[in-house]
Design a protein around this ligand. Structure first.
Ligand code: GRF
Length: 221
């Protein structure tokens, strides 16, 4: 029986962030075991990636449940049953019911393509461009009942270039997301990071989100 921390991942789509986690696990830089990959979309490519990696998968159809809470409670109960200690939302496009999240607060992280608290929700790249931002990026935060509102753990910054469009921003941000998410999980696995409002990093409350450095590590700015 492995003593590595077990994680579950929820993803609704392409799964490139899941792929980055698997790659980090495979190259020995992310000491975790994947307990389960779940989705609200049976056709999600993320599920195919997980299957190919020999990880247990789960697809639940929201239309088979009376309401959001019933769906989320079933999903979370199955994740708990998988033995997962942490849940990673990696492109999971559903809003979670507050009552389902509450017992899990401190154990769920999410990656979001903006420098939170800016641009919660959708169309983050478009909104950053419309606002004339020169500094854009991605955040990993602990999930609370408030959508994209939990304490921010770490961010990757991306300079907006003149003439950038949404697709260009998204394409340049994605490789940074792929470093940011494993880097945060690494800190959880090494117990350097703990839940808190703000998060606790090496025994101290974080004064500001950690920043992804060029070498892929996270540090206080
Ligand atoms: C990422 O941009 C992530 O920040 C957002 O959804 C996208 C998921 O991409 N939450 P992928 O499915 O991991 O490729």
């Amino acid at each position: 029986m492995s003593l590595l921390p077990r994680i579950a991942v929820l993803a609704s789509g392409r799964g490139s962030n899941l792929a980055a986690l698997l790659a980090a696990r495979d190259n020995g830089t992310l000491p975790v075991e994947f307990a389960l990959v779940g989705s609200d979309k049976a056709e999600a490519p993320a599920l195919r990636l997980a299957e190919a990696a020999g990880i247990a998968t789960l697809a639940l159809d929201p239309r088979s449940y009376p309401d959001r809470l019933a769906f989320d409670l079933d999903m979370f109960q199955r994740i708990e049953a998988s033995g997962a200690q942490w849940l990673v939302l990696a492109g999971y496009m559903r809003i979670l019911a507050a009552d389902a999240v509450r017992p899990w607060v401190g154990r769920i992280i999410n990656i979001h393509p903006s420098l939170l608290p800016k641009y919660r929700g959708l169309h983050t790249h478009r909104r950053a461009l419309e606002a004339g931002d020169v500094d854009h990026g991605a955040s990993v935060h602990f999930v609370t009942a408030e959508l994209d509102g939990g304490p921010v753990i770490a961010q990757a910054h991306l300079a907006v270039q003149p003439g950038d469009d949404e697709d260009q921003l998204a394409a340049r941000l994605l490789p940074l997301e792929h470093q940011l998410l494993p880097a945060v999980l690494r800190l959880l696995a090494s117990q350097e990071l703990h839940w808190g409002e703000p998060p606790i990093f090496r025994g101290q409350p974080l004064p500001a989100p950690l920043v992804l450095a060029a070498d892929g590590t996270l540090a206080l700015r």
